[in-house]
Design a protein around this ligand. Structure first.
Ligand code: NOJ
Length: 536
């Protein structure tokens, strides 16, 4: 394997404060055995690519044994790698090889629910009503004369009902699909098991854990009806299943375990209330949480500036670094989103056939990459963002995502951002989701040698970010700029300018232009939808 220098950040205990973390969706990243499904052999073969890209860590979405009812977020066994992806032995080798290249590994833990094929749930079904096995989940008798009605009215995060009846008449709770029964976090065995799962992976050299649906685990034991209240907490309200105070005790015990191993957490915490969000990041809880306000924000200078300011302000009191995310395996790819009339992201607004201008979206996504990589904190890059991939149109008869089916077919689902990566113009053999024919133009091997490609832009940006200490977690200061332009200074004279206004703008004084997302115009002005990094 090629010899790459260890990144500066890799030696420091607080690497996670300014890390560039690459999200791997294993099923679609790289196919080592040619069966059309990505696997660990594929990832191992691409480690030199990731090292050259210049990322500090890899976050793997679930790679465990799973019937894949929700893309692996339905885990049947945390201690087994799904045979479609490989073996535990290969996972250990992958972690070790990546570490050897200065790349840490983050695994995904899904504590809110398990697969209906998990041994606990199968035992609960077999054991019957009132059994200790059922106490690990939320089983209840139904309402109505014969128990024929669901025991509660909570809406699913994926549309539809949250209760499913089993043959003996009882019902069980699932905030997501029926194949993902919710665990009862008031049960000590549930806590114990997850603590052991954390140790299991930390002992294998994993440097961090991403916590799925981190604000949903704890439930009011009475499972009270929402009775028309929205499925989001009101300010000051104690919600029956979102952001309950009991969660903090769980995460404090997790933090103590992570500290034994020097490992870190990143929580998936979607909460509108920034003060409540920041509570998860107190020094004895999670290290970081995803910043979804930035991801959802439209391509608009004032709105982005507000999002950045609010994010930094909410993190400051707890001393946690912000995270910056433009895309992930759940949302519309950045290039497609930024080419639309409405450039924000909202799950509820997703429909088929929204027009997009891919040239415009690409231009903006390139500028957004430089903006994001210049902000103070950690940054996440979702596989394929570095190739400038757009959302793929997945043919109706190939869609697999339960979000699509549970919406009654209105929501296109999330498969469009999960299509296998184009490594070369040659498509994958029998890919589990079809690659659009025009994706040959995005092929990684082609972009690698093209100085103008998005891959080259990402490589340069990540390389500069790593080499220039000023892009770490230090201060950030807004500079005077015309309307529609974001300009800010980072330590060591680094400046980022992003032009979201309608015409070209002059650059502030500088000694060198380090990088630009598109060429300056003939007059040396910064064109619309372009970003630069300067040294002043
Ligand atoms: C969030 C994950 O990112 C998503 O892919 C999954 O469907 C849900 N949590 C349920 O686990």
């Amino acid at each position: 394997m090629a010899d790459f220098p260890l990144p500066a950040a890799a030696s420091a205990a607080d690497w996670w404060r300014s890390a560039a973390i690459y999200q791997v969706y294993p099923r679609s990243f790289a196919d080592g055995d040619g069966d059309g499904t990505g696997d660990l052999a594929g990832v191992r073969a691409k480690l030199p690519y990731l090292a050259e890209l210049g990322v500090d860590a890899l976050w793997f979405t679930p790679w465990y044994l799973s019937p894949l009812a929700d893309g692996g977020y339905d885990v049947a066994d945390y201690r087994t790698i799904d045979p479609a992806f490989g073996t535990l032995d290969e996972a250990e080798k992958l972690i070790a090889e990546a570490t050897g290249l200065g790349i840490r590994t983050i695994v995904d833990i899904v504590p809110n629910h398990v697969s209906d094929q998990h041994v606990w749930f199968r035992a609960a079904l077999a054991a019957g009503p009132g059994s200790p096995e059922r106490a690990l989940f939320h089983f209840r008798p139904g309402r109505g004369e014969h128990g024929e009605l669901p025991p509660g009215d909570w809406p699913s995060q994926f549309a539809g009902a949250t209760w499913t009846q089993v043959p003996d008449g009882e019902w069980y709770l699932h905030l997501f699909t029926p194949e993902q029964p919710d665990l009862n976090w008031a049960h000590p065995a549930v806590r114990r098991e997850h603590e052991e799962v954390l140790r299991f992976w930390f002992e294998r050299g994993v440097a961090g854990v991403r916590i799925d649906s981190a604000a949903l685990l704890a439930k009011d034991p009475a499972l009270p009806d929402l009775a028309g209240r929205p499925g989001e907490p009101w300010p000051g309200e104690v919600h029956p299943y979102i952001d309950r105070d009991e969660l903090h005790d769980i995460y404090r015990s997790w933090r103590a375990i992570a500290d034994e191993f020097g490992a870190i957490f990143v929580g998936e915490v979607w909460l509108p209330d920034s003060e409540r969000f920041a509570r998860y990041l107190r020094p004895d809880e999670l290290h970081t949480a995803f910043n979804f306000s930035f991801l959802s924000c439209p391509w608009d200078a004032a709105r982005l500036r507000t999002s950045i300011e609010e994010t930094l302000a909410e993190h400051a009191p707890v001393g946690a670094p912000a995270t910056w995310v433009l895309c992930n395996h759940d949302v519309t790819r950045t290039v497609t989103r930024y080419g639309r009339q409405d450039t924000g992201f909202d799950f509820a607004a997703k429909v088929f056939g929204t027009p997009t201008d891919l040239a415009l979206g690409t231009r903006r996504a390139r500028a957004a990459a430089l903006l994001t990589l210049a902000l103070p904190g950690a940054v996440y890059v979702y596989q394929g963002e570095e190739l400038g991939l757009p959302e793929a149109d997945v043919p109706l008869d190939r869609i697999q995502d339960p979000m699509h089916f549970r919406s009654g077919g209105r929501d296109p689902g999330r498969d469009g951002c999960r299509v296998p990566l184009p490594w070369s113009a040659e498509p994958w053999r029998n890919p589990w989701l079809p690659q659009p024919a025009h994706w040959a133009t995005y092929a990684a091997d082609r972009q690698a040698t093209d100085p103008e490609s998005t891959l080259t832009l990402y490589r340069r940006a990540l390389g500069l970010r790593r080499a220039a200490r000023g892009f770490g977690t230090g201060s950030m200061e807004w500079l005077p700029a015309p309307d529609g332009v974001l300009a800010f200074a980072r330590p060591d004279g680094l400046v980022c300018v992003v032009n979201l206004s309608e015409g070209p703008v002059p650059l502030p004084g500088h000694t060198s232009l380090l990088l630009s997302s598109a060429p300056l115009d003939d007059a040396g002005l910064l064109p619309q939808d372009t970003a630069v990094w300067l040294r002043t």
